[in-house]
Design a binder for this molecule. Structure first.
Ligand code: AMP
Length: 516
């Protein structure tokens, strides 16, 4: 099938030709005619399948008739992270080159002023992360009652990041009669429930998941000691020894490690940039840009920061940590070996990774080869990696170091939060990725953050609609131990009960005050 058979407008078709696409991808072939027929669509597809164009192209065609009104966007697209939102904006620029449509991006980390101005002038396409969108609605600057087409993208990521209550709130603000396009890579029960609630008689389109990694990717395991210094040594050795390395993404499970690893690589003379949830928006965009343009050839990233990003032609992927979720492994290594190119993926494996590794091998359906001795061989032979593996951290005698213990606590949802700050220093509410903060010491979900710019909100009652962390299944909680954005500052919205109590007055004082 060709693009011209899908019912897209001439303007869109000429932009598609200019983009160099000759044939629609399966998700595009299946979804575009339904979107143009104004049907709701449930799309089960992940990034890399051409999903963005599957909704962007028909939206552009639809938007050719009608015009935007002040403060009332005509279409709304929700994305879980700022980067994904920015990527969708880029798609509108690319495919909408023949259109004069107004597109606004509402993401955190950017001032409200410019966003307000754009909304006030009227926008055809509003692309937003849920938190920032609700901020604008609550400020009274944005009305969603004119939304004709509503896109919820990466719904399962939204679930992982705790945004479902926000999405449900937003869905109530858009008209009941709107057209809804709902995309998710997976359909866990919570997402099926949402899809049932939001979609009216949807056309279901599904494209196959990359259940196995592309065959063009050479995958190897590399045994290492558990100590971070050993792992960093191993990583440097791998990078230096990699043949044909043009550029590489190094994945770490924790955002804190991303920063440490990045610093260490730069210190050792590598041309590396970092991408993790604690960085501000400008720094994230800058890092991504440097990597995309080749100014830097190594990107150190966490899954949450990197997932879904369209980074073309990566020659190598290094897993500094074996991912806890087998699917993340497939996502990570899928960054290389794209479009028939060859690629290499090396995973540094320690004795802590047995379970994760078997889950990965089970998912991809085969054993991954070792580069050099296996972990078991190294253990048996007492090689360098085994030493590092079993020995206590360097220079810290026979006991595990506080750094190691701290690291473990972080993984287990323990004491990973920064020291508490006074209430006055709390951050304003943040969007998507940022607001999904690190786990608290007791393992409960942190409450939403307060905003400095809207003091009146402080007087409002706490929201009850957000699921508490302890109610969530173990695997979801673990998911959050990865880079879910910056840690909560201070107490978040949570005000301990003792602070809400009045001062203890002597009995006679109470009586006096009651009498007066
Ligand atoms: P997405 O899944 O939307 O993130 O798209 C992944 C990549 O595929 C992007 O770089 C798109 O530019 C590219 N792409 C989308 N549609 C097509 C197509 N029909 N032919 C070739 N490349 C495409």
């Amino acid at each position: 099938m060709s693009f011209s058979e899908l019912g897209l407008s001439d303007k869109v078709l000429s932009a598609v030709t200019a983009a160099g696409y000759t044939q629609p991808t399966p998700i595009q072939t299946q979804a575009i005619p339904h979107v143009l027929a104004r049907r709701d669509v449930l799309g089960i597809a992940q990034t890399g399948t051409g999903k963005t164009a599957a909704f962007t192209l028909p939206m552009l065609t639809i938007l050719e008739t009608g015009r935007a009104r002040a403060r009332m966007p005509r279409t709304l697209i929700l994305e879980p992270t700022r980067e994904l939102a920015a990527q969708v904006e880029d798609s509108f620029k690319k495919y909408g080159t023949n259109h004069k449509l107004s597109v606004a991006l509402l993401i955190g980390g950017v001032s409200f002023g410019d966003q307000d101005m754009k909304i006030t002038r009227g926008v055809d396409v509003l692309i937003a992360t849920p938190g920032r969108l609700l901020d604008h609605v609550e400020r009274g600057k944005l009305l969603l009652t004119g939304v004709e087409l509503f896109v919820i993208d990466e719904a399962d990521r939204m679930l992982d990041m705790g945004f479902i209550p926000d999405i449900e709130r937003i869905a109530k603000l858009v008209p009941f009669t709107r057209q809804t396009l709902f995309f998710s890579a997976t359909m866990p029960p919570e997402i099926t429930r949402l899809a049932d609630a939001f979609l009216h008689n949807p056309a279901r389109v599904e494209v196959s998941r990359p259940a196995s990694a592309a065959t063009t990717i050479t995958q190897r395991l590399v045994a290492s000691g558990r100590d971070p210094e050993d792992k960093r040594d191993t990583l440097r050795r791998l990078i230096r020894g990699a043949t044909d390395l043009q550029n590489a993404i190094i994945f770490s499970n924790r955002k804190r490690d991303v920063a440490v690893l990045h610093k260490s690589l730069v210190k050792h003379g590598f041309n590396a940039v970092a991408l993790h949830g604690d960085m501000d928006q400008r720094a994230r965009m800058q890092a991504l840009d440097q990597f995309k343009t080749g100014t830097a050839n190594i990107l150190v990233a966490s899954d949450v920061a990197a997932r879904g990003l369209d980074i073309p032609a990566v020659s190598h992927v290094f897993n500094y940590d074996v991912p806890h979720h087998a699917e993340d492994y497939v996502h990570r290594i899928g960054r290389t070996g794209r479009a028939g190119r060859s690629g290499a993926a090396f995973s540094i494996v320690t004795s802590a990774d047995d379970k994760s590794l078997s889950a990965i091998e089970q998912l991809i359906g085969n054993k991954i080869e070792w580069d050099g001795p296996t972990l078991a061989e190294v253990r048996a032979g007492g090689g360098a990696a085994a030493e590092g593996d079993e020995r206590p951290a360097r220079g810290r005698g026979g006991r595990s170091s506080s750094r190691d213990r701290g690291g473990r606590r972080e993984r287990e949802g323990g004491d990973a939060r920064p020291p508490r700050e006074p209430r006055a220093e709390r951050q304003p509410r943040r969007d998507a990725e940022e607001r999904a903060a690190s786990p608290s010491p007791r393992g409960e979900r942190p409450e939403r953050q307060e905003r400095q710019d809207r003091p009146e909100r402080q007087a409002r009652p706490e929201r009850q609609d957000r699921p508490q962390r302890q109610d969530r299944p173990q695997h979801e909680r673990r998911e959050r131990d990865r880079d879910d954005g910056p840690s909560v500052k201070g107490l978040g919205d949570h005000v301990p009960a003792f602070l809400m109590r009045g001062p203890a007055l002597p009995k006679d004082a109470k009586k006096r005050s009651a009498d007066s």
